[in-house]
Design a protein around this ligand. Structure first.
Ligand SMILES: Cc1cc2nc3c(=O)[nH]c(=O)nc-3n(C[C@H](O)[C@H](O)[C@H](O)COP(=O)(O)OP(=O)(O)OC[C@H]3O[C@@H](n4cnc5c(N)ncnc54)[C@H](O)[C@@H]3O)c2cc1C
Length: 431
C-alpha cells in the first residue's frame, strides 16, 4: 500500500477544492471494486454514533466501521447535573453494545491517527489501516489555550475545563465537594463559537443549587469573554428567583474578559483596569476549534472549523469525506448534541442516496437545547433549520424560547421534558 505522505495529501485536497469551486470534477468513485461499500466513521459521540446507526438502517448492505478510542462515552449533556450532585457519573455513561448487536455496526476501539485521502484509508493507533469508500468524521472539539496567558492543557487537573465529560467532570465535582462553605467558584466562559452555548450557564445554575443546599455562604462569579449569552433573560430571571445574589455575571466589556490566569494562586486576571479575581475553585473553559484529527487531515479553515456543503455535510475539502457535529461549520445550527444527532441522519441519508444513485434530499433539521436552572425548573430554546442559499438557516416562526415570567408548573414541566429529552436522544443515538 502507498505510504501516507502529508505532501501527497495536500495535493489531493488542493485538487479537490479546485474541483468543488469550478464544478468540473467527476463524481466521487462509489466503491473501490464495485463491491460492498465500506464507510468508516471517526468518533462514537453524538454525531458519529448516529451516522453509523442510521446508515445501517437506511442501507443495510453498506459495511459500517465506527472507530472510537473509549469503550465508554460520557455525554456532556447531563454532566452539569453530575456537577450539581443530581445524578451520578453512571447516569451519563453510554456504551456501544447495541450499535454492534442490534444494528450491525462494527466498532473498533482505537484512535484514528492519520487520514490518507488519496489512498482513501485511515491509520489506527495500533498501526492497522482501514480503507474506506466514504469517511464520516465527527471527532468533536479540542481546546485553544493560546488566547489566555499563564494556563495550558497541563493545568487541567488543577483548573479543569470539564468541557469533555468523563474524568474532567469527576475532578471538578470533587473540587466543588471539597470547597469550604463561603468559598468562591469562578467560571471563565469562552468566546463564540463553542460547544453548547447555554452549557456554562446551566452549569453555574446547578452548582448554585448545590451550594444553596450544602454551602449557602458561597459565591459564584462568571468571567465571560462575551457580552451576552444564550437564554440570558431566562437564566437571569431564574438565578434571581432561586439564588438571590449568589451568581454574579461579568460581561467581557465590564471586567469579564480574562487575559491571564495565575494557576498557582488560582487568580484570573481580567482586562487592564479591572480587578484580579481570586477563586477557591476555578473552571476555565477554553476557546475551541475542531478536534486535532480534523486539522491533521487538512479539513479545517482559517478559523479552525471544517467547512462543508451544508445540504449533505460533505467536506468542502474532499468529496469522499463528510464532517458533522461540533467540528463542522453548520450555518445557524448551534454546536449541540441535538444538532449533531440530526446532522448524523442527514449524512447517513446523503451517503445512502449517493451510493444508490439517488438525488440527495434537501434536509430539514431541528435543535432543542433544554437547561435546568434547578432540578425542577427547566427552560428551553428550539429551532428548525432548512438548507437555503448555501447554508442551514433558521425557519422563521418555527421553534422559540420558553416564556419569561412563567409559573412554576410550566418550569416543572420543562424540567420533566429535559429528562425526557435526555432519555430519548441517548436511546436514539446508542440504543
Ligand atoms: C456541559 C455541557 C452540556 C451540554 N449539554 C447539552 C444539551 O443539553 N443538549 C445538547 O444538545 N448538547 C449539549 N452539549 C453539547 C454536546 O455534548 C456536543 O455538541 C455533542 O456531543 C457534539 O457531538 P460530536 O459528535 O460533534 O462530538 P462528541 O460527542 O464529542 O464526539 C466526538 C467523539 O470523537 C472521538 N474522537 C476524537 N478524536 C478521535 C480520533 N482521532 N479517532 C477516533 N475517535 C476520535 C471522541 O473520543 C468522542 O467520542 C453539552 C456540552 C457540554 C460541554
Amino acid at each position: 500500500m502507498q505510504e501516507f505522505s502529508r505532501r501527497n495529501f495536500i495535493k489531493v485536497v488542493g485538487a479537490g477544492s479546485a474541483v468543488a469551486l469550478t464544478g468540473i470534477g467527476c463524481a466521487p468513485q462509489k466503491t473501490r471494486n464495485n463491491g460492498k461499500a465500506h464507510v468508516v466513521v471517526v468518533g462514537g459521540g453524538s454525531g458519529g454514533a448516529t451516522a453509523a446507526k442510521y446508515l445501517k438502517k437506511y442501507s443495510p448492505d453498506v459495511e459500517v466501521t465506527l472507530v472510537e478510542p473509549s469503550a465508554t462515552y460520557y455525554t456532556c449533556y447531563g454532566s452539569n447535573w453530575v456537577l450539581g450532585g443530581i445524578v451520578d457519573m453512571d447516569f451519563i455513561e453510554q456504551t456501544y453494545g447495541a450499535l454492534e448487536s442490534r444494528h450491525g455496526v462494527k466498532v473498533v476501539q482505537d484512535r484514528v491517527t492519520a487520514v490518507d485521502a488519496e489512498d482513501r484509508s485511515v491509520r489506527l493507533g495500533n498501526g492497522d489501516t482501514l480503507r474506506y469508500d466514504r469517511l464520516v468524521m465527527s471527532p468533536g472539539i479540542d481546546f485553544r489555550y493560546d488566547a489566555v496567558d499563564g494556563i495550558s492543557e497541563d493545568d487541567a487537573e488543577r483548573i479543569p475545563h470539564a468541557w469533555k465529560a468523563g474524568d474532567q467532570t469527576r475532578i471538578l465535582r470533587q473540587q466543588l465537594e471539597e470547597m469550604p462553605n463561603g468559598g468562591t467558584f469562578v467560571m471563565v466562559a469562552p468566546p463564540n463559537p463553542f460547544r453548547c452555548p447555554p452549557g456554562p450557564y446551566e452549569r453555574v445554575s446547578l452548582i448554585a443549587n448545590y451550594f444553596k443546599q450544602e454551602k449557602p455562604r458561597s459565591k459564584i462569579i462568571i468571567l465571560d469573554a462575551k457580552d451576552g449569552f444564550s437564554k440570558q433573560g431566562l437564566f437571569e430571571e431564574g438565578w434571581e428567583q432561586e439564588y438571590g445574589d449568589m451568581i454574579e455575571w461579568r460581561a467581557a466589556s465590564d471586567g469579564g474578559l480574562v487575559e491571564a490566569v495565575d494557576v498557582r494562586n488560582m487568580t484570573a486576571i481580567a482586562d487592564a483596569g479591572f480587578e484580579e479575581v481570586q477563586a477557591d475553585v476555578m473552571n476555565f473553559i477554553p476557546r475551541q476549534h475542531a478536534n486535532r484529527i480534523a486539522h491533521d487531515a487538512g479539513l479545517t479553515n482559517g478559523e479552525g472549523w471544517c467547512p462543508v456543503h451544508q445540504d449533505t455535510f460533505r467536506s468542502e475539502m474532499d468529496d469522499n469525506i463528510y464532517v458533522l457535529g461540533d467540528a463542522s461549520v453548520a450555518g445557524a445550527m448551534p454546536k449541540s448534541g441535538h444538532s449533531a444527532n440530526t446532522q448524523g441522519k442527514v449524512v447517513a441519508a446523503a451517503i445512502a442516496h449517493e451510493l444508490t444513485d439517488r438525488e440527495p434530499v434537501s434536509p430539514t433539521a431541528v435543535n432543542t437545547c433544554y437547561s435546568l436552572v434547578t432540578p425542577d425548573y427547566g427552560i428551553s430554546v428550539a429551532a428548525v433549520y432548512r438548507f437555503k442559499d448555501g447554508e442551514m438557516q433558521g425557519v422563521e416562526g418555527a421553534g422559540g424560547l420558553s416564556p419569561t415570567g412563567a409559573d412554576s408548573r410550566t418550569r416543572e414541566q420543562e424540567a420533566q421534558y429535559t429528562r425526557g429529552w435526555y432519555a430519548g436522544i441517548t436511546a436514539d443515538i446508542w440504543g
